[in-house]
Design a protein around this ligand. Structure first.
Ligand code: FES
Length: 572
């Protein structure tokens, strides 16, 4: 095993090699450290407090089986896990912390390759960021979506239907009792959200980047094929170590462009933007916000899935899966990027059958002709902002209206339903103080609720603009990730209620109808400034001092780039 990285721990007859082997044996076969036996970590985000990833310990057992079969030695490595619905103040505050902790543990331990077990929103991004920085052979196992829940005979899309039903309660179309009754039906099985939310999107992204066994993403969590693919992944990682195939060989710039196309094809989450930028940053790949606009422009929406459409992840798998969806647009993909198998992704996209053309649409009849995430610029977002046209109301994609400004989510919540709030369906709701630094952590609140009095009038969408993110399961005409954010001195902090704002998605512009002279004469209100008080200690302090803006991925400035896999010092 002398040419393996782990040989630095286990090879030889000196005291240190003795210590490393002796403490690790504990029932392992005697030859575990002899010959060429790759030591493989299974980076496992299973946690009882990450409900979407609870089942990953079972998945890890199948991965282990495959690693043993192929001649490797598997180790379960529990890593920081983030339950999107559970952790406060927002899971995004902890993505970089999770990635940093994973990176350090991958570097610190005697391993030659890593299997990355993720699922819930931030877990696959954090795993990929860490794997990219360490650049040891790695494969993603996407934990899979849950099965479709039903309430009174109707399917429930988790996330999307929570937003819809709660707005119906506020608008008086659904009783509170029925809303509460639906709760027990929302989560039918193990697995992550069953809409094309962030978790499903990041599984598709991992596959489009080449980081899963092709055909794996979207396999439902309870499906026995998830376990067989996991076992196959265990076999493959051993081979990847032998081939020395690393994340930097797979995740090239062209692979990122393919992932951007894939996000549009499936109507994926806007959160893919900050995650892809952050992963690319770890690999020092020159990927910019403008690449999302350029690579996504003209890409059709080929799947009819919530939140952009009707069906759910289980339906996508039944209809042929992610490969069948991507096979509709193979002409839009770069042919060169390879997958973890060593073969190009496009080789897996020929003759993939579609079993339900209502779910995976024919190329000639897409759900939407141009579904790429649009990048907006203007005096309100000098460094860019994004909007997902597939989730928006077409009539609102070009609009001019007066701003109604909120300084924080607390301010918004306290006033949004005020009967005296001066707001009409033409108003533009502006929320600030919710960017990476301002909140801190850039929460998913950009799809702020509509004013109750407008809901009662039947209004179902309005333009909303913020420096926040929104849930991948959400919908609406929502401008997100405004950069720089208000707390970083962006012009969003200078908007006043009553200012007119012009949105023109076709022209890619977001304009505040206030002169430069007037804007430069304005200063941030004391209420706004107070909302951005810097944390005094701990991770949040480190985060606020070093987090970059959304237009470059909201990673920490000192985590960009690779650390590599070598650790030269040894304390024993
Ligand atoms: Fe975990 Fe939606 S809450 S994927």
């Amino acid at each position: 095993m002398d040419d393996l990285r782990s040989a630095e721990w286990y090879s030889g007859t000196d005291r240190n090699a003795y210590i490393h082997r002796a403490w690790m044996r504990r029932g392992l076969p005697d030859d575990s450290f002899e010959g060429r036996k790759p030591q493989i970590a299974i980076a496992n985000t299973a946690s009882d407090l990450t409900p979407c990833n609870m089942h990953l310990n079972e998945v890890a057992e199948s991965v282990k089986q495959g690693i043993w079969e192929a001649g490797g030695v598997p180790y379960n490595l529990p890593v920081v896990s983030l339950g999107e619905t559970q952790v406060k103040p927002t899971a995004m505050l902890w993505r970089n912390m999770a990635a940093m902790a994973m990176e350090e543990m991958f570097r610190a331990n005697p391993i030659d390759g890593i299997v990355l077990l993720g699922g819930c929103d931030k877990t696959i991004p954090a795993l990929l960021m860490a794997a990219a920085s360490v650049n040891l052979p790695a494969i993603v196992v996407p934990g899979g979506p849950m099965l479709t829940g039903n309430f009174r005979g109707m399917p429930l899309g988790c996330g999307t239907d929570v937003w819809r039903l709660s707005e119906e309660v506020r608008g008086g179309q659904l009783s509170q009792a029925d809303f509460t009754r639906s709760e027990g039906s929302m989560i039918r099985s193990k697995g992550h959200c069953n809409t094309m939310g962030t978790a499903s999107t990041m599984a598709v992204v991992a596959e489009a980047l080449g980081m899963t066994i092709p055909g794996f993403a979207g396999t439902p969590a309870p499906d026995s094929r998830l376990l067989s693919m996991s076992q196959e992944t265990g076999r493959l990682i051993v081979d990847m170590v032998a081939q020395d195939r690393r994340p930097s060989d797979v995740m090239t710039r062209e692979a990122f462009l393919n992932a951007i196309v894939a996000v549009a094809v499936v109507g994926g989450s806007t959160n893919a933007v900050v995650h892809l930028l952050a992963i690319a940053g770890r690999l020092e790949i020159d990927l910019t916000l403008d690449d999302f606009d350029e690579a996504g422009r003209g890409v059709p929406l080929m799947v009819n899935l919530q939140p952009s459409g009707t069906f759910l992840m289980d339906d996508l798998y039944r209809a042929g899966g992610v490969l069948a969806a991507l096979s509709q647009v193979v002409d839009l993909l770069h042919p060169a990027p390879i997958t973890v198998t060593g073969r190009p992704l496009v080789e897996y996209l020929t003759d993939v059958p579609v079993y339900d053309a209502d779910v995976i649409l024919p190329r000639a009849l897409p759900l939407m002709a141009d579904a790429g995430i649009a990048v907006l610029r203007g005096n309100l977002a000098p460094n860019g902002a994004i909007i997902k046209p597939a989730a928006a109301t077409p009539e609102l994609l070009r609009h001019r209206g007066p701003a109604v400004v909120f300084d924080s989510i607390e301010d918004m919540r306290s006033r949004i339903d005020d009967p005296d709030l001066i707001v009409t369906a033409d108003s533009v709701l502006v929320l600030r103080g919710c960017g990476p630094r301002g909140y801190p952590g850039m929460p998913e609140v950009g799809n702020m609720p509509l004013p109750r009095k407008l809901l009662e009038q039947g209004v179902r969408d309005m333009i909303r603009i913020s420096d926040a993110r929104m849930s991948g399961t959400a919908y609406g005409t929502v401008v997100l990730h405004v950069a720089p954010e208000a707390a970083a001195g962006g012009p969003l902090g200078l908007v006043r209620t009553g200012d007119f704002i012009e949105l023109d998605v076709e022209a890619r512009s977001l304009h505040l109808d206030v002169t430069d002279e007037e804007l430069s004469a304005r200063s941030v209100s004391s209420q706004t400034a107070a909302a951005y008080a810097a944390p005094a200690r701990g991770w949040a302090k480190l985060y606020v001092e070093h987090v970059m803006q959304a237009d470059v991925g909201a990673d920490l400035d000192f985590l960009v780039g690779t650390s590599g896999d070598r650790v030269t010092r040894e304390s024993h």
